[in-house]
Design a protein around this ligand. Sequence first.
Ligand code: FAD
Ligand code: MLT
Ligand code: ZN
Length: 466
Amino acid sequence: MMEDFSIEALRCIVGERGVITDEADLAPFCTDWRGMFKGRARCAVLPRCTAEVAAVVRLCAAARVPIVPHGGNTGLSGGATPDASGEQVILSLSRMSAIRSLDVIGETMEVEAGCILQVAQEAAADAGLLLPITLAAEGSARIGGILSTNAGGTNVLRYGMARGRVLGLEVVTADGSIVSGLRQLRKDNAGYDWKQLFIGTEGTLGIITAAVLQLAPKSRQRVTALLAVPSADEALAVLRLARQAIGETLNAFELMSGPALELVARHVGLTTPLAPAPWYVLLEASSSLPSLRDAVEEMLADVLERGAASDGVIAESEKQERELWHLRESITEAEAREGRSIKHDVSVPIALIPAFLRVADEAVMNAFPLARINAFGHAGDGNIHYNVIIPPDADSQALNRLVHDLVVDHGGSISAEHGIGQYRVDELHRCRSAPELELARRIKLALDPAGLMNPGKVLPQTIVTG
Ligand code: FAD
Ligand code: MLT
Ligand code: ZN
């Protein structure tokens, strides 16, 4: 039987200050970081602990009120933005931000979902350890959002996606049950590894309330270098040489096009210390062995001698290192200031990156002569942000289809790290096979039969409602 829903009942659970209904205060919860998606909500509710999350979910479930989980709101696919109905409740984890414990022997940390990534990184660093999830939004993104999107970022080459850091998880399921698997175990094959269902599913199967994360040793030496390269093919030649020379120390291998850095110069005022080039590679290596810098210098000399790079610089200080990284991390912000950009967060097998770029550039420019391509990304793991700046009246759906078809032709994925959210629901259903979609439908129906967990995200709501 459907029960009544009231804001008063929510306030009884989370306290007076835990429910936001005022339109102005609610507005930031109802639009995404880029201002691309806008919706309406009944309210935002901010529980203080897992028991309160569970009570809120039970209340909403009894009244058939849909829930949109909300982290730092830096997602780039509209996953945390409610729909236009005004019926949904936004559940923000921002008041659950504690680092519950840190174990230096096991190199683990138990952290609540609302903890900001950078705060968790700093706590690990204070203990002489590393939380190796790094992305430009780390000052705002929260652990629950990071895990729900299975975020990538710049260290995936060495440390893997966010999923790979999770040893244990605590979740609230769609019926309001608390399921805790907050174990610190590297090895745990006892039954289904159910936590994987909640990682990367963007709040559509339940709410992540806490996690045990695997940390890593913090390296004593770190070397960062920027290289100018004549082509994407040569960038891969550099990758190959770097993997051979310093492979296990390589944290990041980022590719940036000349036009991407022109945007950064124009909107953020940062310029590269190298002469203008078609492409740039930013690489970072770290190790506790004192010989790291010598090895990187030797590798760089080899790369220049072979002509794979035309110029290069190694950061001489932490300040220079920050400056080089700042170039890379400012691209998203610069792109947002430039105008209407259509994001394609794609991955292809690494060896096919140059071929994909060639074919895609030609196809996009033929179909959209006024387009400007802003290509950059985590080339070391095959993830290219093939973002296209187009005039306001250009057909973005046609552009998406064109790029995604080429991605599929190259054996790639239409979302490498940003997820599907509401942005790519149609494209996912166009590009994935029927048996894969049917399996997803069965998982959704098993865990959220009433379709109240972030409806319309990742999967079309019609798979639940018929
Ligand atoms: P939100 O945006 O609040 O939410 C994201 C999704 O997770 C939504 O579907 C939401 O409903 C769900 N969710 C949030 N919290 C929970 C929870 N506790 N339980 C269940 N579901 C939940 N992403 C990358 O992967 N790599 C990058 O390099 C990268 N760079 C970025 C750079 C910039 C400048 C910006 C603005 C974004 C970037 N992103 C990147 C995207 C974004 O930072 C990530 O997707 C991040 O993981 C989102 O975290 P959040 O806390 O902001 O989540
Ligand atoms: C990044 O790597 O900076 C972001 O994930 C890319 C983007 O904003 O498209
Ligand atoms: Zn990225």
